[in-house]
Design a protein around this ligand. Structure first.
Ligand code: PMP
Length: 357
């Protein structure tokens, strides 16, 4: 039996995708080999790679002049690669601090250049993201970096700021809603939440930006290298790209990003309504910034939270524990998380409250 898996990442994948991958795992389309046993430059893998890029371009309606890259090192390595490639000598980069992940991006950039924190949501662990009108931007900044969805606090940007070079860490909400890519210079996301298994990082970059990279940056660390080689400069993690390709097909069949957004909004709205109609559960994120992906809340005591998590696991509702830095409850309901799992969680919450409230 499949669990209702609320893990924040690596996270649940569509069951149909897992079954399809299982069916062709040992013998890929009659070749007598697994897709992960083949050359990354061979005919079969190339078709998967190119389809994956094409599907992402189609889903996000990516305009001309942008490249879709598969890189390694997780979103964390992008925290360093972005300033290495794009923060020129004597320039400043603007960053918003909205929580744990934004803070990590800021710390890496500070090692490499001058950073202005354009908005700081204050607390050690913020429960909202900044609004576009509270940004204190630097004239001529190399770029503005935001974290579109803070996976730990469960706060999400609903409207993006206008900027000549907007960069977003979309690790926990990429492909969950339609997006105007032309408003961004660079978007990146570790795959292990909304895209596929861990091991690749999706990067969408405006090609002209890659020209800014200083000569001193090593070849493998330059965006230009990966653009020019179609992400095949070195051996790309072929199996994660194959899985991502299957996920993009699945998303297209769900009605693309408009279709999945509607499903995501419905799931999240139901869960927030269940939290709000009770005095026992208290939502963590500031309501107007509530994430549709990571839903966070508290119970009256930590003891009750521990019991809630343990009892839920027995009812097949797995991995509801909040991030270790903040505690509480976190339900990550990414694209692949089934609506039936949200309904099951809400029923469980009502029973738990009736017993303990
Ligand atoms: N950014 C965000 C918003 C994340 O949620 C995470 C992972 N939880 C990261 C960055 C770090 O990603 P990775 O582990 O792929 O480096």
């Amino acid at each position: 039996m499949r669990a209702f898996n609320f893990s924040a990442g690596p996270a649940i994948l569509p069951e149909e995708v897992l079954k399809e991958a299982a069916a062709e795992l040992v013998d890929y389309k009659g070749t007598g080999m697994s897709i992960m046993e083949m050359s990354h430059r061979g005919k079969e893998y190339s078709a998967v790679h190119d389809e994956c890029v094409a599907n992402i371009k189609e889903l996000l309606n990516i305009p001309e002049g942008y490249s879709v890259l598969f890189m390694t090192g997780g979103a964390s390595s992008q925290f360093a690669l972005i300033p290495m490639n794009l923060l020129g000598e004597g320039q400043t980069a603007d960053y918003t601090n909205s929580g744990a992940w934004a803070k990590k991006a800021i710390q890496e950039a500070q090692m490499l250049g001058t950073v202005n924190v354009a908005a700081d949501c204050g607390k050690e662990i913020p429960t909202r993201v900044p609004t576009t009108d509270e940004l204190n931007l630097t004239d001529g900044a190399a770029y503005l970096h935001i974290t579109s969805n803070e996976t730990i606090s469960g706060a999400q940007w609903k409207e993006f700021p206008e900027h000549d070079c907007l960069i977003a860490d979309m690790s926990s909400d990429i492909l969950s809603r339609p997006l105007d890519v032309s408003k961004f210079g660079l978007i990146y996301a570790g795959a292990q939440k909304n895209l596929g298994p861990a091991g690749i990082t999706l990067v969408i970059i405006k090609d002209e930006l890659a020209e800014k990279c200083p000569e001193t940056v090593p070849t493998i660390m330059r965006y230009k290298t990966h653009i020019e080689s179609n992400s095949l400069y070195n051996t790309v993690p072929t199996f994660p790209v194959y899985m991502l390709c299957l996920v993009t097909r699945w998303l297209k069949a769900k009605g693309g990003l408009e279709g999945i957004e509607k499903i995501n909004e419905d799931k999240a709205a139901k869960l927030y309504a269940a939290i709000d109609e009770s005095d026992f559960y208290k939502g963590t994120a500031v309501p107007e910034f509530r994430s549709n992906m990571n839903i966070t809340w508290r119970l009256p005591t930590e003891e009750l939270e521990a019991e809630f998590i343990a009892e839920a696991a027995k009812a097949n509702l797995k991995t509801l524990k909040g991030h270790r830095s903040v505690g509480g409850i976190r339900a990550s309901i990414y694209n692949a998380f089934p609506a039936a799992g949200v309904d099951a969680l809400i029923s469980f919450m009502k029973e738990f409250e009736a017993k303990h409230g």
